[in-house]
Structures are given as structure tokens and as C-alpha cells.
Design a protein around this ligand. Structure first.
Ligand SMILES: Cc1cc2nc3c(=O)[nH]c(=O)nc-3n(C[C@H](O)[C@H](O)[C@H](O)COP(=O)(O)OP(=O)(O)OC[C@H]3O[C@@H](n4cnc5c(N)ncnc54)[C@H](O)[C@@H]3O)c2cc1C
Length: 499
């Protein structure tokens, strides 16, 4: 008997979806199951940066930094609508790492990833340079360098969408409850949200369950594993945009950790993150009062504005699933990924993904397929560096926006721009022949209409209000409780039985 799939992937975070896309595009028959929503966990709780990670240079993680720096240029090309270059201001004073060390680090950052289109780093002085206007007057000099901002949950979703368009089966709200090798194939049991179980068969299984990788290994695959995963929680707060903070800031704290202050949407600043080792995942997706104080104190030390609890409009927390390299300081644990293939005595492969970053998901997927190649000899070559993700097939976001403005001149510019930042060239699939905003049905919030919700439910697996407000869009930011309830009521009225 031939298995009905080549690969079953467990987990619909960035790693699972990236592997699904790459594998489907190389001609493999792929099934991905995600027990919640696509990007429901770590892959929507990141700092939303495609970055080499300046501080990883200090840890001599040159391979990781080089790969990550190269990915900035790749993702800017294949997903220009959901990424954007961001300049980071790094204020400097005597209490920090010496200036020469930062200069060496920034030189490496500009050069070890190969040619870059992003602006190179430079030294700056305050208040001469505008970029320092949010900083307290005591800071006189610093540096500025570039990285990329990304919509992390949409990046994950676009990978899932692309995988589907290349023939993969993507099952959300479907948990993998058991997988075992039997009669020359993997037999994988899936359970949907109503408790209905089905069995599928495959040649290979990939465990990409992020923080749950060990739980899946032990409870689903019935393997005895040594603890190889470390959970390091990171929390963020969102406040109204700090005055003058259209740049991002990287602020060194007394404990030598760095805190980012990053522009989010058009009106907010995102501040994070913390590094706290946790022993259980229960409640780890909630910020603690201690973390809140830590982040507020870091910003208040550097910025002219004094933030209090009352300024915080949203918080989120996630757990980094890090490969345990035995390091005692959570900030020093490697952010690199490790792939483990289990195929003892010629058995069909089980590939387990430990660690990884949003930034390196595409390269991780390439390495996964390299490792699986012996079982799929006809596998096609690498392709994901050049083919745009859905909606990313435009050489210029500005030109796309100008064209949209001309075609949809009766729609508000800020709405058009928000829509473009989510759907790129696919905006027209939502707007159709709309001339004014009333043509798009109920307006649930400044940047969310009924037409888009219908599209997200039909095309992007959205089922609940949270899927729409926080993952497919960030329209939830700035919407009142009543407005959000109206979205939930609408979603329920359209598909009452779906959840
Ligand atoms: C605070 C913080 C900040 C970060 N900032 C950055 C950053 O700026 N840049 C960057 O590059 N990286 C960043 N990262 C790292 C990055 O977010 C993660 O490494 C990445 O999202 C992990 O993706 P994943 O697919 O492995 O895990 P996840 O996104 O958690 O996906 C795993 C999925 O598996 C599913 N699952 C579990 N068990 C089962 C089962 N039995 N059946 C079916 N599905 C199952 C879960 O529901 C989950 O959705 C950050 C991480 C954190 C926590």
C-alpha cells in the first residue's frame, strides 16, 4: 500500500508552515495539522523583527547572524507588503559596552551577510540628529543601523496559503493525537475540534510543535526523549506612539539585556522583550507584573516620556522554544535551530525541529528538506528565495499604493494602506468594484470591514473574532470592546457551528 501523503507536519507556526510551503512547491504531497489557529502561539508573539541579532555576535553565533542578515534581503523581496526596513537608534553612554566594541559589531553586521540594500550603520550625535528626539537630553551620541520589521502572524499565514495553493492540505483546529510506524508507513491520527478522529498515512513526519515539541514527542509519538528544549518567556507591551518615535530604539539595560522600542501600526510603540525561563507553559502567554515594571523602567530610563501602567493599551507574551545548550543565563541560550532525524534501522523518518526564529524559517525549511531528501530522491531544487509570497508580487509597494489610490479614489487612504499592508496585490480580491467604503458592508472598526472579514473566513481559515482581530489583522488595536464584540457576533452569525 502507498501512503496517502509524503509528509505530515505537526504544528502551524512559522516553522511548520514554512516547511509545508517549501515541500509542496517541490512536488511533495503535504498535510499540515494545527490544533489551534495558524500562528496562534509563538509565531504571533514575537518582536516582529527580521534581524541578524546584533547581540548574537557577542555570543559568536556567526552562522546564525550571517543566515539571518541574508534573509532580510530575501524577505524584503518576496514579501514587500508585510515587511519594511526600520532604522534602529542605539544611544550610547559610558555604562554600556565600549563604543569600539559596538563599532566592530556594527561593521560585521553590515558586512558578513553579503551585499545589502538596507542603509548601513553610522555614528550619530544628539540632539543634532533628529533620530534622537525621543531620548533624554543626557544622551549625546550613539549609532544607527538597519533591520526589517515583519507582520509575523501574516508571514506565517501567507506561507500556509502558498502551501495550500501548491497542493498542501492545511487543517486548522486539528490536533495530532497519535503517530506511529506500522506496515511500512506512518499512521497518524488527527482529531478535529468536534472530537472526530481520522487516520492518514505518510512516509515522513515532521514535529514542528514549537514549545510543545517535547510533549508531542512523548505523548503523540510515544518516544522517550531527554529534555532538549528550554522555555524562555518573552513579554511585550504596546503604548500609544512615543513622541518622535518613528524610528526604532535599542536600549541597553543595567543587566546588559537590550529592550526594543518599535513603531507598530501607525499609532503605537511596541516595547519588549523580557527573557524569563519558565518550567510550565500554563499562564506563560500572560505578562507578569514584574515584567511590566521591567519594561516600563527600561523605557523611562532613556526616553523623555514617562510611561505608567495607564499608558499600556495591549500586552502579549510568548515562549521561545529554545534548544537547550546547557547555558544558565536565558539571554545567552542559543537562538539557533537544531534538526534531529530519527530513522534508526532503515525506518521511515521522523524529523524534529528544535528552536529557530521567524527570521530564519525559510532557511530552516530548506535544511529540513535536505535532511529528508534520501527518502524523496526525485525532490525538486530550492525555490523559495525568489517566488513571492501571496500578494508580494510587486516590485514597489509605493507604486502599488499609488495605483490603488487612483483606482479606489473614493476609499480612505489610511484604510487602503492598512489593507495593502495585509494583502499586497490581492487587495483587489477584497475591494472588487467598491467605490466608497459603504460598498464594503458594515464597518466594524476604522480599518476593518465586513467584506474583508468574509474574505478572511473564506480564504484564510479565520473562524473566531481573535483570528481576525489579532492574527490576520491587528485591527483589534484601537477598537472598543463593543466594536470587538460586534465582530464576534458577526463571525458567529455567519458560521455558528464552526467553533
Ligand atoms: C517574546 C519573543 C520574541 C521573539 N522575537 C523574535 C523576533 O523579533 N524575530 C525572530 O526572528 N524571532 C523571534 N522570536 C522567535 C520566534 O517567534 C519563534 O522561534 C517562532 O515563532 C517559533 O515558531 P514555531 O513554528 O517553532 O512555534 P509556534 O509558532 O509555537 O508553532 C507551533 C504550533 O504547534 C501547534 N501544536 C502543538 N501541539 C500540536 C499537536 N499535537 N497537533 C497539532 N498542532 C500542535 C501549536 O498549537 C503551535 O501553533 C521571538 C520569540 C518570542 C517568544
Amino acid at each position: 500500500m502507498t501512503p496517502d501523503h509524503d509528509i505530515v507536519i505537526i504544528g502551524g507556526g512559522i516553522n511548520g508552515c514554512g516547511i509545508a510551503r517549501d515541500a509542496a512547491g517541490r512536488g511533495l504531497k503535504v498535510l499540515l495539522c494545527e490544533r489551534d489557529d495558524i500562528a496562534a502561539h509563538t509565531s504571533s508573539w514575537s518582536s516582529k523583527l527580521i534581524h541578524g541579532g546584533l547581540r548574537y555576535l557577542e555570543q559568536f553565533e556567526f552562522r546564525l547572524v550571517r543566515e539571518a542578515l541574508r534573509e532580510r534581503e530575501v524577505l524584503l523581496k518576496i514579501a514587500p507588503h508585510i515587511t519594511r526596513p526600520l532604522s534602529f537608534v542605539l544611544p550610547h553612554d559610558k555604562r554600556m559596552r565600549p563604543a569600539w566594541m559596538l563599532q566592530v559589531g556594527l561593521w560585521l553586521y553590515d558586512n558578513i551577510g553579503g551585499p545589502i540594500t538596507l542603509p548601513k550603520s553610522q555614528a550619530v550625535t544628539f540632539p543634532n540628529d533628529q533620530c534622537g528626539q525621543s531620548l533624554k537630553p543626557g544622551y549625546k551620541k550613539g549609532f544607527i543601523y538597519s533591520d526589517l520589521q515583519v507582520d509575523d502572524s501574516r508571514l506565517t499565514l501567507l506561507n500556509a496559503l502558498s502551501a495550500k495553493e501548491k497542493g498542501a492540505t492545511i487543517l486548522t483546529r486539528t490536533k495530532c493525537v497519535s503517530a506511529k510506524r506500522h506496515d511500512g508507513m506512518w499512521r497518524v491520527v488527527l482529531q478535529d475540534h468536534e472530537g472526530v478522529r481520522t487516520e492518514v498515512t505518510a512516509k515522513a513526519v515532521v514535529n514542528a510543535a514549537g514549545p510543545w515539541v517535547k510533549e508531542v514527542a512523548e505523548d503523540v509519538l510515544h518516544l522517550k526523549t531527554k529534555a532538549t528544549i528550554r522555555w524562555v518567556k518573552g513579554s511585550h507591551i504596546v503604548v500609544p506612539r512615543l513622541p518622535g518615535a518613528s524610528h526604532a530604539y535599542i536600549l541597553q539595560n543595567d543587566d546588559k539585556r537590550v529592550i526594543f522600542v518599535i513603531p507598530l501600526a501607525d499609532k503605537y510603540s511596541l516595547i519588549g522583550t523580557t527573557d524569563v525561563t519558565v518550567r510550565t507553559l500554563d499562564a506563560a502567554e500572560q505578562i507578569s507584573p514584574k515584567e511590566l515594571d521591567y519594561l516600563l523602567a527600561a523605557v523611562n530610563r532613556y526616553m523623555t516620556t514617562t510611561l505608567t501602567y495607564a499608558d499600556v493599551v495591549w500586552t502579549y507574551a510568548g515562549v521561545r522554544p529554545l534548544y537547550d545548550d546547557g547555558e544558565s543565563n536565558p539571554s545567552q541560550v542559543t537562538r539557533d535551530y537544531t534538526l534531529q532525524v530519527m530513522d534508526a534501522e532503515g525506518q521511515l523518518p521522523l524529523l524534529t525541529v528544535f528552536g529557530g526564529k521567524i527570521t530564519t524559517y525559510r532557511e530552516l525549511a530548506i535544511h529540513v528538506l535536505e535532511k529528508l531528501k534520501p527518502w524523496f530522491p526525485g525532490l525538486r531544487g530550492e525555490w523559495t528565495a525568489t517566488e513571492p509570497l501571496p500578494g508580494g508580487d510587486t516590485p514597489s509597494v509605493t507604486a502599488l499604493f499609488n495605483g490603488l489610490q487612483a483606482r479606489y479614489s473614493g476609499l480612505p487612504k489610511d484604510y487602503l494602506f492598512a489593507l495593502l499592508r495585509r494583502h499586497g496585490t490581492r487587495v483587489t480580491r477584497i475591494l472588487g468594484n467598491a467605490e466608497v467604503v459603504e460598498d464594503l458592508g458594515t464597518r466594524f472598526g476604522p480599518h476593518l470591514t465586513q467584506r474583508e472579514i468574509d474574505y478572511l473566513m473564506a480564504e484564510e481559515w479565520a473562524i473566531t473574532a481573535d483570528d481576525i482581530l489579532w492574527r490576520r489583522t491587528k485591527a483589534g488595536l484601537g477598537m472598543s470592546a463593543d466594536e470587538k464584540r460586534a465582530v464576534a457576533d458577526y463571525v458567529f452569525s455567519v458560521a455558528p457551528g464552526r467553533m
